[in-house]
Design a protein around this ligand. Sequence first.
Ligand SMILES: [Zn+2]
Length: 230
Amino acid sequence: MCQSCLSWSRRRFLGAAAASIGAATLGSGARAAGVGPDEALQRLKAGNQKYVAGPQLCVAELSRTRASLAKSQAPWATILCCSDSRVAPELIFGGLGPGELFVARNAGNIADTDVLGTIEYGAEHLHSQLIVVVGHERCGAVAAACDVVAKGAKLPGSIGKMVAAITPAAEAVVGQPGDFVDNAVKENARRTALAIRQNSEIVAELEHDGKLKIAYARFDLDSGIVDFLG
Ligand SMILES: [Zn+2]
């Protein structure tokens, strides 16, 4: 029996539990047909091209969408990105409005337990069919991890614990040709995407069934381009 069959009952239970959570918090999450993972990826790529070519065109039509979204949501992609103020996901993907992206953010775009739960909610209950981990150029959290690896830097408070989740990516690319921090940004995004797949049975099942894709990318602060790496 495949893993999907084994966990079917559990998924039904999770779905019911998520539905009750959603009704109380994030909206009832009306089941949408979904655009499919490939279409979602194409939308993000086209949106970023629009952002690069003409940022003035990226104006969300807020008044038009507000009423239709007040009681439910059906975001077609999930973005895990850095908290960096320059990485605004709805903008860099073409001026998307409310209801389109399900977003999780923290410094260094790490898939900790809270983020994994958020991503699973987006996939299982809201039927978001694409997950993209977006690292970015000159990421301060990744640069801090590089300083820990290369210089033995000590970080204060909870920052050190947070950055500790990024240091394996920095250690993996230390000494490689090119810019150390930028190499670590890309490696960290790759590892985060892998961690989502490995640590979430829900996501892995949906991906196995062809209902969801996981991608990772690097956002260039200078050009505005999101480069999809895998
Ligand atoms: Zn960052």
